[in-house]
Design a protein around this ligand. Sequence first.
Ligand code: ADP
Ligand code: GLC
Length: 483
Amino acid sequence: MRVLHVAAEAYPLLKTGGLADVVAALPAAQRARGGHVRVLLPGFPAMLAGVADLRTVASLGPAFGAGRIDLLLGSMPDSGVPVYVIDAPFLYDRPGNPYLAPDGGNWADNHLRFALLGWTAAQLAGGRLDPDWQAQVLHCHDWHAALAPAYLAARPGPRPPTVFTIHNLAYQGLFDASVFSSLALPQHFFHLSGLEFHGQVSFLKAGLVHAQRITTVSPTYAREILEAAQGEGLDGMIRQRAAVLSGILNGVDPQVWNPATDLALTANYTQDDRAGKARCKADLQAKLGLDVEPGAALLAVVSRLTHQKGLDLVLDSLDAILAQGAQLAVLGSGDPHLEQAFAGACRAHAGRVAVHLGYDELLAHRMVAGADLLLVPSRFEPCGLTQLYALRYGTLPLVRRVGGLADTVVDAEADAMASGRATGFVFEPATVAGFQHALQRSLEAWRHPALWQRLIGQAMAQDFSWTGAASQYDLLYQEVCRA
Ligand code: ADP
Ligand code: GLC
């Protein structure tokens, strides 16, 4: 099956979150199963610098304010998956974060930057832009790519079916109504059951309305977004499309996240030989300026610092963490208030709390390996990848029972312990008391090394490979092509 994935980021080229991990790993897994998949990305400087063997396939002429637009084709640096890159310097030649200007606000022309992505995807999938390759299915990820199904719907003639994957409903690509006329879509697409959302233009809605199938990244999140509490104002619309909505759980890329081979680690280890994990912990404590104490439980956070992630619960529980002799290490960036609060905690508790603000891929791997517990107390979590990485690295996840976290971590309660299924600690209410109850239970377990090692063994035995997800997407593509 020939599938074109369309997205704004892909690891290792450019990454702000889990979307990039998925856009790298899923096409690679599909290719390994014999799929003829390609990826389309905007030509941000990191894409042009990182994609191998780029050559020009077509010129797209002026559009969305950009004069020169070239479609290039190359391959992903690690997996070799073919990648199209849209080279449009006027819209994309800006360093740093793909969505935000240096002042931290959205780029004022983001509607044009991501309209070009969707528009090019529709040209490529629906026409003869690349005479050597035509997609049978167009698979769009998040709001950045969500206009593609609308552009295809606006075209006459045969067109490939589209799948739209929601990685996070909280990011919708909302713009002032006045931008609609610059999107080159028929005026009648701007109405209540089209792209309009409370008087604004919603890119995400274009995907929800015009794609033939909608997926999200875990079965539980697929159910949650049908209700007002997690529906971000779109639950009514999503309920209308419930028949074509499904949840397919993300996986782990073993080329990138594998404690047996990870080059970022001081020592490698496996489920059967875990000696290296203790060395990773000691090394991490030393590197971060924490007291090198094997007996102190090391709690880690590797996360975007946003309201979604519920990390205020960790801040509000700092005293409880420290009172039990545990240590806290945080790697993250985002909300300035959360950044300042964590930085303050670090200053106040030298040797017990370490905070690294910013984005650091290498340190992320070292923290996932060196910590004892990974904290993911999210208010909502479409899938969540860090808890999957933690399981694989024998670092027990402490998570809230929500979205993909609920689908992937089994709480260490009596039944699950007795049947050997427990892999972490799960709490329900998004409150300090709820979090601290799970924290308490996890630190009690920590004090029983044999029990702790049993849990680590069970966590590391979990299989979250991409193979299962890739075959579920295959079935979906086949269905949508038959429809
Ligand atoms: P989300 O996509 O909502 O941010 P996920 O758990 O799906 O959450 O994915 C987060 C990804 O980003 C993981 O690969 C994680 O390791 C990485 N990550 C998050 N924050 C940082 C950071 N500050 N430095 C390095 N990697 C980070
Ligand atoms: C989003 C979600 C996260 C998910 C990731 C990849 O960023 O917040 O839960 O794991 O996308 O699908």
